[in-house]
Structures are given as structure tokens and as C-alpha cells.
Ligand binder design. Structure first.
Ligand SMILES: [Zn+2]
Length: 121
């Protein structure tokens, strides 16, 4: 028994396996994939839903970054001025917000690229 990579999803499976436990591809005796088209389609759908999740999370991360930024810049000043509070949100919050914004943006752009290339294939 040897470990090979599944021809559809690329995950590691036994060469004796009749089907892939990861993507459901069914192999015939000569090694070809019996349900090639549906296996490929399922694989593509799984991939695109994964990409959509990445893009969704990226948008949330981006919004959190904006909120952090806004909170630091505006709300702190607003509270301090109008409510006589003395909130101290240092520059740390702003630099964290910058990283969060960048992370969300990069994640979103990467997800858009992945959607594009996934469709092209
Ligand atoms: Zn597979």
C-alpha cells in the first residue's frame, strides 16, 4: 500500500482506495476517475465556498479596522470634550487599526483573485 495524491483534490489517499474520502472521487480499476465531472464540480464548489468565506471574513476584518480607527480618532476626542472624560487611547490603537485594515484589504483582494482564477479554470 502506498500513499498517493488524489487526482481531483490533491489530498493524500491510499492507492488501494476505491474512492477519495476527501472529495468523493470514485476510482475505477485502471485508475481513472469514474465520476470525474461531478467530482470536479463538487471540488470547485467547495473551493468557491471556501473563497467566499475568506472574502466575507476579510470584509468583517476591514470593518473592524475602520471602527477601531474611527474610535481612536473621533470618539475618544468626542467623549473627552463633551463628557469631560479623559480617555486615553494611545497611538497603539491606531497602529493596530492600520494593520487590521491592511489585513482585511489584502485578504479581500486575494479572495477576489481566487474567485477570478477559480472561474477561469
Ligand atoms: Zn480527492
Amino acid at each position: 500500500m502506498a500513499i498517493i495524491n488524489c487526482r481531483i483534490c490533491g489530498k493524500r489517499i491510499s492507492n488501494k482506495a476505491k474512492s477519495c474520502s476527501h472529495c468523493g472521487a470514485v476510482f475505477s480499476a485502471d485508475g481513472s476517475v469514474e465520476n470525474l465531472e461531478s467530482a470536479q464540480m463538487i471540488q470547485k464548489m467547495k473551493k468557491s465556498s471556501r473563497i467566499q468565506t475568506i472574502s466575507f471574513i476579510s470584509i468583517i476584518v476591514f470593518v473592524i479596522g475602520i471602527l477601531l480607527w474611527y474610535f481612536e480618532v473621533n470618539l475618544t476626542a468626542y467623549f473627552n470634550k463633551n463628557l469631560g472624560m479623559n480617555l486615553q487611547f494611545g497611538k497603539e490603537v491606531q497602529s493596530v487599526a492600520k494593520y487590521v485594515l491592511a489585513l482585511g484589504f489584502v485578504g479581500y483582494v486575494a479572495a477576489r483573485f481566487m474567485i477570478y482564477f477559480n472561474k477561469k479554470k
